[in-house]
Design a protein around this ligand. Structure first.
Ligand code: SF4
Length: 459
């Protein structure tokens, strides 16, 4: 295809920078100074080499191409060696530009992209999707149309309508909710004609590890969780997933996979069938997934079966070890179940990254000390301590049951307080626990994710 050929859809993916400009009054890190710009570039290059590509653009691209549209993709469009390509693609006047904000929470990061699109191709319809747009009206206002949740089917339909001359406001299903044009995507797989293998030609990194999706939604209903797809999970057939893994190996030589499902192990029967399909396929895969300890407690053989099918690591959502807090979180497990489940995974030789929340209602300095001690005594490969962030749903729940949730009140996400502490107190305890755990280990095991920082988005 010549560079001057018209383009139906340009897909754009980018991320907030890790480092921000020094001495900026603004919280934005989208327009870095020379120092932070260089650091961000180094981080970006490392991520390009080491981090698996994100799934969003390959899925969007696959559905749009299947609908007969011409599609191009660009990741990190402002890197020095990408800028020209970005401008050339915009020079082809794409009918629509789909920007995934899955890793952009700073409005200025998104605005930098939309401003360039408006400058070079003012008639292009800017469509936003992903977590950043979902959480921020300011980000949504930067686009012409916002697609909520999983948007690959909806975006393909939007492009079809635009090609037929239908303006965005008249695309079937589009509403003007809150002043911004909005189209609801799918929560799970509803509305998709067919689940397609991702278009790995649109892969955004050099990493030899690929993401993989076995299900959408989550069958659990944790109180703190603002995930819109919770309380229901739809799984793909195990044979189809093993087929996708084989396809990635044949097409691109990939043998290492990361399941992105909220909790792959929520239905142990499904995972046992998947393990069996992977083993039958003959693919000697290496994979990791998100899991919860209760699955391994309920299904004693699960950890060893997963290890035999190539699972080498799990990201274990443990969240708390305190029965009262676990009950308030509606986790459906107690500390004894956490310990039994974790013990089986360690025994199977699967490496465990543990995730804990610090500051949920009921948390005190004493419970944080106990959590730090619990982690220090177990062979975790790595641990994240996440300072509790209050979702809107959690705020409403606490308003209904104030005593149960220690009178939690305030503003989502970081503007909360309860009887025991506020966000800033919980953040200090988080950092204390990270130091305490790391001093007890031979290597740096615990970390506080950058998003914990009260000065960083999401606020
Ligand atoms: S298991 Fe994870 S995704 Fe599911 S509801 Fe709980 S926190 Fe949310």
């Amino acid at each position: 295809m010549s560079e001057n050929t018209e383009l139906d859809l340009l897909l754009v993916d980018d991320e907030d920078g890790l480092f921000r400009a020094a001495d900026t009054a603004s919280k934005s890190d989208a327009i870095p100074d020379a120092d932070s710009g260089t650091l961000n570039m180094l981080v970006c290059a490392a991520r390009w080499a080491l981090e698996p590509p994100k799934l969003a653009v390959p899925l969007l691209s696959a559905q749009a191409k299947a609908a007969g549209h011409s599609v191009e993709s660009i990741y990190r469009p402002f890197l020095p060696w990408k800028k020209n390509k970005f401008r050339q693609l915009l020079g082809r006047r794409p009918l629509a530009a789909g920007i995934t904000t899955v890793a952009m929470f700073d409005p200025a990061s998104v605005e930098r992209i939309t401003a360039e699109i408006r400058r070079i191709s003012p008639r292009t319809v800017v469509v936003l999707g992903g977590h950043g747009a979902e959480n921020s009206p300011e980000i949504r206002a930067l686009g012409d149309l916002y697609i909520s949740m999983h948007g690959e089917g909806a975006l393909a339909d939007v492009v079809t309508a635009l090609k037929a001359g239908v303006p965005p406001a008249r695309v079937p299903g589009v509403t003007a909710a809150g002043g911004a044009l909005t189209l609801h995507g799918s929560l799970r797989y509803e509305g998709l004609r067919r689940v397609l293998y991702p278009d790995w030609g649109a892969a955004s990194s050099a990493c030899r590890r690929y993401p993989l999706e076995a299900s959408r939604g989550c069958r659990f209903n944790c109180a703190f969780c603002g995930f819109p797809g919770k309380a229901g999970q739809t799984f793909r057939p195990p044979g189809e997933i093993a087929g996708e893994m084989l396809h990635a190996r044949k097409q691109r030589g990939i043998r290492r996979f990361e399941f992105v499902d909220s909790s792959l192990t929520s239905d142990p029967g499904f995972v046992l069938a998947l393990c069996s399909a992977i083993r039958r396929s003959g693919l000697r895969a290496d994979w990791k997934c998100f899991a919860r300890p209760d699955a391994f407690d309920r299904s004693p053989e699960l950890a060893s079966e997963m290890a035999a099918a190539g699972c080498s690591r799990v990201f274990m959502g443990i969240e708390s070890i305190h029965d009262k807090i676990l009950a308030g979180m509606r986790r459906g497990m107690d500390r004894a179940a956490v310990e039994r489940g974790l013990g089986r995974v360690f025994k199977a030789g699967i490496k465990v990254h543990g995730n804990f929340i610090i500051g949920f209602p009921g948390e005190t300095e004493a419970t944080v000390r106990e959590t730090a001690d619990f982690i220090s005594r177990r062979p975790f490969s790595s641990v994240y301590l996440c300072t509790f962030g209050m979702s809107e749903e959690m705020r409403l729940l606490a308003a209904r049951e104030p005593a149960r949730y220690a009178h939690l009140a305030g503003r989502p996400i970081k503007g909360w307080r309860h009887d025991g502490m506020d966000y800033s107190g919980a953040y200090k305890l988080t950092l204390w626990a990270v130091r305490k755990i790391n001093m007890s280990k031979l290597w740096l095991t615990a970390a506080s994710p950058a998003t914990n920082d009260p000065a960083r988005p999401p606020f």
